[in-house]
Design a protein around this ligand. Sequence first.
Ligand code: BES
Ligand code: ZN
Length: 884
Amino acid sequence: MATCGNPNIAFKFERLPTFAEPTHYDVRLSPCLNQFSFEGQSTIDITIKEATDVLKVHAQSLLIQSVSLVANPGDAAKTLQTTYDDKLNILSIQLPSILQPQKVQLVFKFVGELNDKMRGFYRSQYKDKNGAEKFLASTQFESTYARYAFPCFDEPIYKATFDVTLEVENHLTALSNMNVLSETPSADGKRKVVKFATTPKMSSYLVAFAVGELEYISAQTKSGVEMRVYTVPGKKEQGQYSLDLSVKCIDWYNEWFDIAYPLPKCDLIAIPDFSMGAMENWGLVTYREIALLVDPGVTSTRQKSRVALVVAHELAHLWFGNLVTMKWWTDLWLKEGFASFMEYMFVGANCPEFKIWLHFLNDELASGMALDGLRNSHPIEVEINNPNELDEIYDSITYAKSNSVNRMLCYYLSEPVFQKGLRLYLKRFQYSNAVTQDLWSALSEASGQNVNELMSGWTQQMGFPVLSVSQRQDGNNRILTVEQRRFIADGGEDPKNSLWQVPITVSVGSAPSDVKSRFLLKEKQQEFVVEGVAPGEWVKLNTGTTGFYRVEYSEEMLTAMLPDISSRKMPVLDRFGLINDLSALLNTGRVSIAQFAKVAASSTNEDEYVVWGAIDEGMSKLLSCAREMSEDTHKSAKQLIIKMFEKSGAELGFSEQPGEDTQKMMLRATVQARLARAGHQPTIDKFNQLFNDFLEKGTPIHPDIRLATFGVIARCGGQDGFDKLMKLRETTTFQEIERQAMIAMSQTPEEALLTQLFEYGFEKNKVRPQDQLYLFVGTGATRMGQEFAWKYFRDHIKEFLGKYGGANSSLFQRCLKFAGESFASEQRALEFRDYFCNCTDLTDMDRQTLARPIGQTVEAIRLSARLLEANRKVIEDLLKENNL
Ligand code: BES
Ligand code: ZN
């Protein structure tokens, strides 16, 4: 991790004392959307378990007006003295005397702000159909923001029931986790008081409210649950896709988990300002608009499949997370990893058109490995030293690696056994909390195997193994020698000598889709015998790429597979895995760019989008190295790419053909975009024509090739193209188009335009804070853009910290990473690191919070630098060989 500042002043974080527990809350809030404030009163029923004269609760950014105690029902409330620790956000309440174990009530009166930081109880802004500015209020409590709305025991272990009452203006809709019990006029008759039914026992981070002018569509599940999709006025029709899916989803999970969803209703609501993608509040799931709303003719296939995944993810949490909750955030993966896995299970079974398991490999497996290959990774079960580190662990380890490790285990145990174990776990811990060990025990019971021994290496150690394989033939047997070591992206040594239990599967050339043999690698090195393999037949490990490990083959083994990669006789999941492994090994220096190019060249028949994506990623490494070398080299490398992909581009064309599957258009977009980036003029002309036909004749651009089209306009269209994209962004009401135009514009090669874009987005705040990070996304496209983004970030770090709510904000951390990660030299790595060490706008606590993201970015920069150094000569030779 990046170490600077004084490690000794590391902030010591404290949990709430365990001698008192809440059992029930009565929360009454009365928000005022005009004044951005709310008044509140809450009563907590508390069980004191050990004698004490103090009680502690969380509260933050609340003005506490009074705290009083009711020791026995019917007693008069006694006002109490309090002290507040603003680092821990803990309110200590002095009791009048030492109280013995008993039940008491604390009553709080307070006021709070409907803030604009997208956490706690906050406001969102939008324009109604007449262009008038409107607000709605909603909540985001995970991980530690319930305390912004009412004093509470804000740790997941403290489950309680909640009665919520909201007092709001008559024309507004008020929503909470449960169904409405009653709606009555307020005391002064001017507002209405909406009282909701009591929730089941649950953690504070799952409580939610929403208040605003809302409209909805609704449907019922087979099991009788009322499902609704809420939006701001004018958008409810766009909720139809998600509504249909969510109805199916609840019924599907009811059956898969064998536990019925216990609430009478579940609302899904699209919130205009939302920092994450979505949040699984029990009965009132909140989403970014783009993650919930679909317009059939306009939404891209990719985005539509993302909506399906997000909907299914949050609904899976209703079981994994809401019904059974982790004891502490260390086991966050118990909910995020499983919601992530179940989202693919649901979409895989119910939306076959998305071929979602293919995308899994790129979006989950490869992305988990990309982060976990860094020295600055962390184990899935992650120690939390400081609550400020919480937002940062919602990363590709907690999501993508956990998800992939679950998939590996599911394949290892078989789906029915895995499901049986999960059902057991959910039943055993429902309305309660669990740790990882509890899950392993349930799975061990279901499978009769020692799952703990198998899995703890995967969740307690950081990193994952790469297996080096070599072979020899013995009659009809193939003998494999397999050695494991930690895969580290820089190819260096593992300081810890970690070992894993690795489930190995083997397939062979004569039956490429079948698992021919299975082994469990436990030692550093082992030999395995695969029987019945003809001499010369290829042998491949990790059939279907179900394991969370990479494989490095001897030259001979790899070469034997090339023809079947080229002919696509090898199944697509295997082709992807092989190419992705190779591309990752580039940075270790163990595979050269020339070797990779050889495999890419034998893949020109590739017809699967995801495999093409993996090839494209490797080739983009070649391009970025060449760019760093010299103008001429960059040009020649582009020529090489054109030479390799021109034929595919011509065959694929630009338009959708009748009867194609949903992946084909995405493949087309990737290939054509790569050719355009390489400067292939006919392709660029064609993209320009698509854009002009759209503007001039209204000919729609296919949603799946829209981003690629915008990108070409931004990179090649100068001021004129930029202005057109800007106008499009300003006039569209559809968030995906807005986002795509923004990402494209950020790829402009002209500094003046980039300056204009960043001023527009950040300084004039014309882009919602939730989306501003997209302005950084395309800047890595040019050296000027890199430089610009890094400088802009430094010049405005103070404003960023202010508007996103501090260094622990994930929006801030994502901007930080984007601002540096496309550099490729040791000097830049040092500059990046030193900047944060010396930046006076950061406190030492901020530096502690940011240590891991900074460390990861520094490491990424160094990896690109290594890649470049290892391949300078290789690239020159490769270009020469191709007469370029
Ligand atoms: N529980 C999270 C939302 C969350 C993330 C809250 C970080 C607090 C901090 C939610 O279930 C989630 O995982 N959302 C994802 C989308 C999902 C499809 C992977 C997100 O917001 O990106
Ligand atoms: Zn989640």
